[in-house]
Each structure stands twice: as C-alpha cells, then as structure tokens.
Design a protein around this ligand. Structure first.
Ligand code: PAF
Length: 283
C-alpha cells in the first residue's frame, strides 16, 4: 500500500495503472465499519483501490465542529491495509486549497438547498461538491463509492457528475448498521450509553413507517406524525422528518413511487441523520 500526499504524486503513481479499473472511496478519515464496507465493495469490483482521507474545512459551518473532528490517520492506514487498499491519498489543506484558490462548485436547487443544505448552510454542499469534484479529477476513477446514509450528499454528487460530465459511475452502498440497528457514524462514539439508547428511536421510527407503508399507508403527513411520535417518546428531538424524491429532493406529499424518508434528530448535543427508501405497494 502506498501513501501519497500530493496530487502530482498521485497522478504519477496512477499513470502506470490507467488501463485498469480504479475504484475510489473518498472519506474524511476516522474510518469505521461503514467506510470499510465501501472499501470492500471497491476491492471486489476493481483492479486498483484508492482511498482519500481529507478533513475538508470547506464543508464545516462550525469551526468548533471542524476542530473536534476525529483525526486518526495511523489507525485509518492500518484499517485501509487490512481491507486491501492500494493507495491512500492524504493531502494537506494547502494541497487541496492552495494560495489564491477562488473556485467553488455550487449545486443549486432543492437537491442542495433543502434539509441538510438548509440546516447546515449553503456553504456545506458547496464545500462537499468542490472537494468531491477536485478529488474525482485527481483520481479519475471508474467508480466512486458513497454510503446511502448520506442520501442528500449522494444526490448532490450525482447531480454534479451529470452536470459537469465527469466520466465516473457513482456506486451507493447500503447504510452500515450496528446490531441494534443504529446507523454507523463517527459521531456515535460521542453518545453516552443512555443517549445511544435514545438514538435507537431513529431506526425504530424508520421501521415503523416501513411497516405502515407495507400495510398500504401512502399519506406523508400521517407517516410523519407516526415517526415524530416514536422519536419524541424515545427522547430524541427531531429536526426534520421528510419524504422526498431520492434524486431531486422535491417533497412527496403522497407516496406514489419510491420515496426517500430522511430523518435528522438531536440526541443531547449530537445530531444524527438516517433514512430509508419507501416503496409503496412493493413497486
Ligand atoms: O462523506 C464524507 O466523508 C465527505 O463529505 C466527503 C464525501 C469525503 C467529502 O469531503
């Protein structure tokens, strides 16, 4: 496994394998089982696997959140080695945003401006879109892998790849969950045992709505109220429970086709997100 810190070094290294399929997993490090599932998928489907580790300051709206973000590069490198990563690309901030950097990739419309875009500020998805574009241009992979837990990030990346004509396939891997159903996230380590218990109301709310949809309920307001009750009873404070088109994020008041149900909720000081795709009538 090779560790590379510069774009020039990465390009030179990948020059030799250009005829082969490259699978790419972009991360901000603090790797957990969720990231490893993306890396395993990339390993199974490609000749060469590239992992990037870069805590992207441009996508943090809160400087204290950026400062508190876990940085565990040595452990990450060990985990990367254990799942057969070929190249770890770990640039410094100056390498990604050199002096004079003045360009931003900005996806507009509901897909980037609603839900997470509205809560975290317009800069969040601009930061994600800019860094993902830069990373894709540096790696030029055949496939890039993202987790379904960040459904809105996936939709923003899909949009920019189509709009900018970047020749890459975006692969979305299922949300990785602990045995109790909680979606894996680097934030989970900050939950106390009691908070973790409360957080379980999030997967419970998703499951209850899946059951209601399987029983024929298609009214988003009724489903939202069911989910909000479960979250409240469980001791989490919902920020939103939304039913939207998975690609455009246009709200879906009635479930007539597959709809993304997205939840953001606070458990104490920790903000968690999770989602599921609901298919009315099993269609
Ligand atoms: O999902 C993440 O970890 C980040 O948003 C990403 C895609 C690596 C961009 O910084």
């Amino acid at each position: 496994m090779t560790i590379i810190h510069t774009v020039a070094g990465l390009r030179a290294h990948l020059e030799d394998v250009r005829g082969h399929s490259i699978g790419f997993v972009p991360t901000m490090g603090a790797l957990h089982e969720g990231h490893l599932s993306l890396l395993r998928a990339a390993r199974a489907e490609n000749d060469v696997v590239v992992l990037s580790i870069f805590v992207n300051p441009a996508q943090f709206d809160d400087p204290s959140d950026l400062a508190a973000y876990p940085r565990t590069i040595e452990h990450d490198v060990e985990l990367a080695r254990s799942v057969g990563v070929d190249v770890v690309f770990a640039p410094d901030v100056d390498e990604v945003y050199p002096d004079g950097f003045a360009t931003s990739v900005s996806v507009r419309g509901l897909v980037a401006e609603t839900l997470e875009g509205a809560r975290r500020g317009a800069g969040h998805f601009d930061g994600v879109a800019t860094v993902v574009t830069k990373l894709l241009m540096a790696v030029l992979p055949r496939v890039a892998y993202f987790g379904a837990k960040d459904a809105q990030q996936v939709a923003v990346v899909r949009r920019l790849v189509v709009d900018l004509g970047i020749p890459v396939r975006i692969a979305v891997c299922p949300t990785s969950r602990d045995d109790d159903g909680l979606a894996r996230s680097s934030r989970n380590t900050r939950l106390s045992p009691e908070e973790r218990d409360r957080a379980l109301s999030i997967p419970r709310a998703l499951a209850a709505v899946e059951t209601a949809v399987a029983a024929g309920e298609t009214d988003a307001a009724a489903l939202r109220s069911r989910a909000t009750d479960i979250l409240g009873e469980g001791g989490t404070a919902p920020e939103y429970v939304a039913f939207v088109d998975p690609l455009t994020f246009v709200p879906a008041p009635v479930l007539e086709r597959p709809v993304l149900m997205a939840i953001a909720a606070r458990v104490g000081a920790i903000r968690l997100i999770d989602n599921t795709v609901l298919t009315p009538g099993g269609r």
